[in-house]
Design a protein around this ligand. Sequence first.
Ligand SMILES: Cc1cc2nc3c(=O)[nH]c(=O)nc-3n(C[C@H](O)[C@H](O)[C@H](O)COP(=O)(O)OP(=O)(O)OC[C@H]3O[C@@H](n4cnc5c(N)ncnc54)[C@H](O)[C@@H]3O)c2cc1C
Length: 287
Amino acid sequence: MKILENLRLSNFSTIKIGGVAKKVYFPENLEDVVYLIKLSQDTNKKLIPVGIGSNLIFKDGFLDYIFVSTKYLKDLNLKQSGEYFYINAQAGVSFKTLINIVKKYNLEGFENLSGIPASIGGAVAMNAGAFGSEIFDIVEEVYWINNKAELIVSKKENIRYSYRYSQFQEEGFVYKVVLRLKKSNKDISKIIRNHLIERNKKQPLNLPTTGSTYKNPEGSFAGYLLEKSGFKGKRIGDIGFSEKHANFLVNYGDAKFKDLKKLLELAEEKVKKEFNINLKREVRIIE
Ligand SMILES: Cc1cc2nc3c(=O)[nH]c(=O)nc-3n(C[C@H](O)[C@H](O)[C@H](O)COP(=O)(O)OP(=O)(O)OC[C@H]3O[C@@H](n4cnc5c(N)ncnc54)[C@H](O)[C@@H]3O)c2cc1C
């Protein structure tokens, strides 16, 4: 397995912030992942799975964790059974690849998730979602490795998940996901195109970002609360809440982690004061 030392973590996060990782591991198969989980147990070092890094923010400085990139876990196969298509995708398969399959066979169930810059492993960990859909709508089963380094196959109904949450945020490495999609009568490519246009209109896709910073509290929108609290366009140094979408943090050039932390703390305090709501972070911060 490839192991690289002293890597810049900003290259593993779409917001392009972060210091240096002592080591990053790039497993190529199940054995490699099992080895890394045992290594984590034996050395008492935390294992951090890393997908596309579109929801991950790393601190500046030196980080000595077991960073595990899913870059080389990209096996994929597709099986048809009646009107259903089953996609078996290893953790590192990107949404871009999956969307191409969905368009090719005109499959229904995934279209609302197009444009999310995710790996399937990261998406399952986060229960990524958009336009009223979430990845667990189409998950059939998940092959994952627990902290005892055992491979577990869990059917969706035996997995704990909710809005932007799954049990894999607490334990385990998602190794492979089985998705179930259906042949559609709708023009799936057109729906996908429209979603991409919508995203482009509303999101600051021209700057490094990690998407939604906070989860939407029940009955409200984090973007609305931030805007009403004066945080739309608010900057500290090179980090700021976007002018285009108040819930998106953007890096204007050389953003520093300490400024980002300060900005989040200020925003959380202000929203609490104005609305008596505790914003919950959607982004995963590693420090
Ligand atoms: C422009 C933009 C738009 C976005 N739009 C949306 C949106 O509409 N909806 C939405 O839900 N999100 C959105 N996001 C956030 C992000 O894309 C999703 O959370 C996505 O699921 C993260 O996938 P990833 O592969 O990048 O995971 P990463 O960011 O690499 O990781 C996210 C978390 O999952 C864990 N993880 C990653 N891989 C695994 C694995 N194999 N096993 C266990 N844990 C793992 C990581 O340790 C981390 O805690 C957006 C982000 C950006 C930058």
